[in-house]
Ligand binder design. Sequence first.
Ligand SMILES: Cc1cc2nc3c(=O)[nH]c(=O)nc-3n(C[C@H](O)[C@H](O)[C@H](O)COP(=O)(O)OP(=O)(O)OC[C@H]3O[C@@H](n4cnc5c(N)ncnc54)[C@H](O)[C@@H]3O)c2cc1C
Length: 404
Amino acid sequence: MNFEYTDKVKGLIEQLKTFMDDHIYPLEPDYLAWVSNHENDWKNWPPMEDLKEKAKAAGLWNLFLPANYGDLSPGLSNLEYAPLAEEMGKVQWSPEVFNCAAPDTGNMEVLAKYGSDADKEKWLKPLMNGDIRSAFLMTEPLVASSDATNIETSIVLEGDEYVINGRKWWSSGIMDPRCAVTIVMGKTDPNAPRHSQQSMILVPKDAEGMEILRPLPVFGNVDSPHGHGEVLLTNVRVPKENLLLGEGRGFEIAQGRLGPGRIHHCMRLIGMAQRSLELMCKRVAEREAFGRYIKDFSSIRQAIAKSRCEIDQARLLVLSAADMMDKQGSKGAKELIAMIKIVTPMMTQKVTDRAIQAHGGMGVSNDTPIAGYWVTARTIRLADGPDEVHMHQLGRLTVKEHTS
Ligand SMILES: Cc1cc2nc3c(=O)[nH]c(=O)nc-3n(C[C@H](O)[C@H](O)[C@H](O)COP(=O)(O)OP(=O)(O)OC[C@H]3O[C@@H](n4cnc5c(N)ncnc54)[C@H](O)[C@@H]3O)c2cc1C
């Protein structure tokens, strides 16, 4: 495995870092002040659209899309995208500036792979342009959704339309005023074999019968402007052409969507852990307690050394998964994807926890981004499959490998 970056990627990393230094880091306090004021809930942060135009003009746009999509994507491999996503991860709202934010990225990949020409024109084009946003509705409050075969939402064909009924929650991004389209997972045939019951269908957010019941807070914060909604779908009717790929193919789409989604989360988490380490080093080098700099206490040096080792270990594992995805696709890389999804959020949770401790009280405040990183790492241990589900599958595959 050769993880040496090509000249093209080295150039993009430099360009991205310069963009972040010039346009993103200086605005971190402004963004925080805006989202902390509840009068601004569910409104778009004013500088965002201007920043997006700047990023687009600089060619730092849709960097996540592996295939080449004309002028709107440079067509990077997963391995090439990894260091760029790591940089973006350092400021949690910055992926949106480069049109690289979840859940749009996964939804764009689904539309690019499985959408009809009409779907692409209507939804993919404006998503790739950054004109609209989207949401992905799989998880349901009434069933254990880490087992997606439990999903109960019904999708029933009536004439030329599908009729959808169900209740979803944790629909990230649905509160955003720019969210225009959702991808809903449900069952078209509850009597089919277990993994052929589910389908995915495009539902406009303003479809009649789609009702947002409430935004769900994450550790007390509603994550405006994107939010995570609880959504009721009552007799929602959409044209039958909105069904993606075909009835019973929902699992196939979910697997294709979640592979890239998981690795992108991990790449950004490495960035969060790396910046936490950098901030921790700076802080302990400038504060004194009990007659010495905090950096000179053995326990602090151990925290720093352990964090550095763990970040590098996770980064190499993520690069290895990216390399495997480039060579063998999400299916071929499924064990490595499970491994990084187990290792990386936990690593970031540990590193950010140490960085919080080393900052003292400041660490749990919003004066650094570290507390926000901790929250993200903790929630990603649930989102896109809880740790235990990945361990359950990886354990099963590992036993199989050594016994068959
Ligand atoms: C911030 C956030 C954003 C999210 N965004 C989205 C989104 O945009 N769209 C969407 O559809 N969903 C989203 N989710 C939902 C997320 O994917 C689910 O919460 C997750 O899949 C778990 O499903 P569940 O909550 O129903 O937990 P359950 O399925 O009820 O599981 C609860 C717990 O049971 C245990 N468990 C389950 N299976 C096993 C096993 N095999 N072995 C051992 N223990 C096990 C685990 O500890 C697990 O955490 C989001 C969640 C969060 C927190």
